[in-house]
Design a protein. Structure first.
Length: 353
């Protein structure tokens, strides 16, 4: 097909990739022109945060280890105050999307540059999207102030990510790329990244399941996460992300697992309306049907495939359907109530699409 007209935005970001690349941390902080870094982590990843602080020596302002899922506003305020009190001039976020999200909340308020060191495959480090939860409601927005200025991808740091989380986090990344392929503002550059990102994760996840410390597979997975995260940051998401934000936000379902379960069904819903995207997804995963290939990737690698298995009540499906139809994201197929309700039922039961 001839290339159509499109708009492509290039974000100013530096990526340092490779096993052992954490050794370049001090050089990268210096390149940012920063002198005092506040290191962020979850409580459980504090040992890794302390290692970072040790590496930075006099350039470490301190460690703030209270990152939690979905960035509660109280935590964001506390972290902002700590950053100010310690005179931090940059934040180093080591961890998954929750920790990167906390860094973004600080940057949104202060403009502090972020250096992100991702240890999951969620992809937040490549996006200008932030999310903050206030009074039980998660609000998301887009601001280039929060886009991490530097990202260090060191696959050695992800060797300890449990296999189950690796698979679901990898499929969370695949979801960004899959929806990017049928985005209303899609472009050929993002299409290339999306297909390559899906293929890298499609290779990596079964290898990680077989051997969690497979260095090559960890490297492939992080490379795929980078590409898929870039797609999320550059083009608009659709029905699948809307459903996951609804289910996560209203029913407190776990983020990556929800993405893993819903994606095959969202793809099946959109299949006839986005045949080229589906062909690319299927090809990247070595299958002939995109929805089934994603379902099999999850199922065959031990991930949950049914919403009922991650705490969703069947009696809440009607409400979830109503929420999903409000403030709709653009989608290749119009949202039809009965079909969305059937999609949710299938996802709840874990039916192969
Ligand atoms: N703004 C954006 O563009 C995006 C935002 N997000 C947001 O990010 C959040 C989800 O991020 P996600 O990465 O899935 O989850 P988290 O950051 O919450 O991390 C999930 C789990 O991974 C564990 N973990 C992380 N790294 C390691 C490691 N190397 N070894 C062992 N355990 C590890 C953490 O365990 P522990 O208990 O040890 O801390 C944690 O329990 C959501 O809030 C989502 O909305 C997601 C994608 C994009
Ligand atoms: O909710 C946010 O923090 C912003 C985006 C995402 O979580 C993307 C996703 O659903 O993985």
């Amino acid at each position: 097909m001839p290339v159509q007209s499109f708009v492509y935005n290039s974000a100013p970001q530096r990526v340092v990739f490779g096993a052992g690349s954490l050794q370049h941390l001090a050089r990268e902080i210096d390149a940012l022109g920063a002198r005092r870094a506040l290191v962020l982590s979850t409580p459980e990843q504090r040992p890794q945060a302390e290692r970072i602080a040790d590496m930075l020596g006099a350039h470490a302002a301190g460690v703030f280890d209270r990152a939690v899922m979905h960035v509660p506003i109280e935590t964001a305020r506390e972290a902002r105050e700590v950053a100010q009190r310690l005179g931090a001039d940059c934040a180093v976020a080591i961890g998954g999307g929750s920790t990167t999200g906390l860094g973004k909340a600080i940057a949104l308020d202060s403009g502090l540059p972020i250096l992100a060191i991702p240890t999951t495959y969620a992809g937040s480090e490549m996006t200008p999207i932030y999310g903050i939860t206030e009074a039980g409601m998660k609000k998301t927005g887009k601001d280039f102030k929060v886009l991490p200025r530097t990202v260090i991808y060191d696959p050695e740091l992800s060797l300890t990510l449990p296999v189950g989380m690796s698979v679901t986090s990898g499929i969370n990344a695949i979801a960004h790329a899959a929806e990017g392929l049928y985005a209303t503002d899609a472009n050929p550059i993002m299409d290339l990244m999306a297909q390559e990102g899906i293929a890298a994760l499609g290779r990596a996840l079964p290898a990680i399941r077989a051997f969690a410390e497979d260095a090559a597979a960890r490297s492939d997975a992080l490379y795929g996460a980078w590409l898929c995260g870039t797609v999320l940051g550059n083009v608009g998401m659709a029905l699948h992300h809307k459903l996951c934000h609804t289910l996560g936000g209203s029913f407190n379902l776990p983020h990556a697992e929800t993405h893993t379960i819903v994606l095959p069904h969202a793809l099946a819903y959109n299949a006839a309306a986005a045949p080229e995207a589906m062909a690319r997804i299927a090809k990247a995963l070595g299958g002939s049907n995109a929805a089934q290939a994603v379902f099999d990737l999850a199922h065959d690698n031990g991930a949950p495939v049914a919403l009922r298995d991650i705490g969703m009540k069947e009696s809440d499906l009607d409400v979830a359907c109503t929420h999903a139809l409000q403030n709709q994201y653009p989608n290749p197929r119009p949202l039809e109530r009965d079909a969305i309700r059937a999609l949710l039922q299938n996802a709840w039961e874990g039916v192969r699409p």
